[in-house]
Design a binder for this molecule. Structure first.
Ligand SMILES: Nc1ncnc2c1ncn2[C@@H]1O[C@H](COP(=O)(O)OP(=O)(O)O)[C@@H](O)[C@H]1O
Ligand SMILES: CCCC(=O)OP(=O)(O)O
Length: 354
């Protein structure tokens, strides 16, 4: 069966064609901060990302003839994990999502392409998978409750893969999974459930190539009411134009890490500071797991960087064994979910939030 997989990230668009479980064609590209700067809202990137995908397919002479199209989920209402058929409610919730992220476009583009091929369109394990333990939901401001938004698809896929590699089940292990992408999430996976994790999108946790991470609350409040910025501008500082992009004007860790490894400032100082915030979040999740972590998995694009891995390792490797699983297993995991749904081996969930 021919499965077309679409994965829009904040800084990249990845696509792949699978014949059953086998990837027969993989393509995509990194989008620079400059490429994306003309878009004021992520929904405006719809045509840009769709045309990019259609162009890559056409250049590779791949016709729009698939048995299923599956995309990375999106910022839907909180929902259990699993594979979902794309429906109208989902389209509506993605178009009107409270938070902006390119993953919101995946299902919309998948749906349009699937309509052309008259085949089903799916998503699986969206970013909003919520398994937080009760204590992790509260903040010191009662009307602000923490929300679980993280790289659920990849974090769970690499955890299962790691567990299988040591002859165990994911549900038997305690893992800290550090996803190092355009956004960064560090989660405590306790016997198969992500009981705490920083929200990778809304100003929480480490700073990242394009997110601000945790900001001192009082200073953020002052900035919001300074009269210098609109709400939209402040939100962009937190998510999109924050982190490395704010400090260095770029989100490309390949370049930044090369300069940092040569001792070039401000690249080294800023990148090391970002990695320090990641290490601190690993420490927090270690406490969440009561010091019983079987491994710390480093994954995502930045885990390809020898420099970043070395700087991180030195700060965390006394806690638990550090396991490198660079890149992501999102494409394979999506194809696996689509195939399972097509064959009736995985239950097809209906997105119908309360
Ligand atoms: N080989 C590499 N070395 C260092 N950084 C990398 C490498 N490959 C990708 N990255 C960085 O990883 C980040 C993107 O992570 P990735 O998980 O691929 O994408 P996204 O978050 O957009 O889904 C970017 O900052 C990119 O520069
Ligand atoms: C967890 C929300 C999605 C996210 O942060 O993904 P990117 O790292 O691709 O931006």
């Amino acid at each position: 069966m021919k499965i077309f997989v679409i994965n829009p990230g904040s800084t990249s668009t990845k696509i792949a064609l699978f014949i059953d479980e086998k990837p027969v064609w993989v393509a995509g590209a990194h989008h620079t901060a400059d490429d994306l700067s003309e878009f004021h809202h992520v929904n405006e990137q719809y045509e840009y990302r769709k045309d990019f995908i259609l162009r890559l397919l056409s250049e590779a002479d791949i016709p729009l003839d698939f048995d299923a199209v599956i995309a990375r989920g999106g910022l839907l209402k909180p929902t259990p994990g699993g594979v979902y058929a794309i429906n109208e409610q989902m389209r509506h919730d993605l178009l009107n999502a409270r938070m902006e992220h390119a993953c919101n476009l995946g299902a919309l583009i998948a749906d349009e392409i699937a309509r052309e091929c008259h085949c089903p369109a799916y998503i699986a394990d969206p970013e909003v998978v919520d398994e937080l333990q009760p204590a992790a939901r509260l903040t010191g401001i009662p009307e602000i409750e923490r929300i679980s938004i993280f790289h659920a698809l990849n974090s769970k896929a690499v955890s299962r893969k790691y567990a299988a590699s040591i002859g165990k089940h994911y549900e038997e292990l305690n893992l800290i999974v550090v996803h190092l992408g355009g956004g960064i999430s560090v989660g405590a996976h306790c016997k198969g459930r992500v009981i705490d994790v920083n929200n990778a999108l809304n100003g929480e946790g480490p700073f990242s190539p394009e997110r601000a991470g945790t900001i001192p609350g009082d200073q953020l409040a002052e900035l919001c009411f300074s009269g210098k910025y609109t709400l939209k501008q402040v939100k962009k500082m937190l998510n999109g134009k924050g982190g490395l992009t704010a400090h260095l004007g770029m989100n490309d860790v390949v370049t930044i890490a090369r300069k940092a490894s040569e001792g070039e400032e401000p690249y080294k100082g800023v990148l090391d500071a970002m990695l320090y915030t990641v290490a601190k979040q690993v420490g927090a999740m270690y406490v969440t797991l009561r010091g019983q972590a079987d491994a710390i998995i480093l994954t995502g694009g930045i885990a390809h960087s020898d420099y970043c891995v070395a700087v991180l390792r030195e700060q965390i490797d006394y806690l638990a064994p550090v396991v490198l699983m660079p890149g992501e297993d999102e494409m394979g995991s999506l194809a696996y979910n689509a195939l399972g749904a097509l064959k009736g081996e995985l239950p097809l969930q209906v997105y119908r939030p309360e």
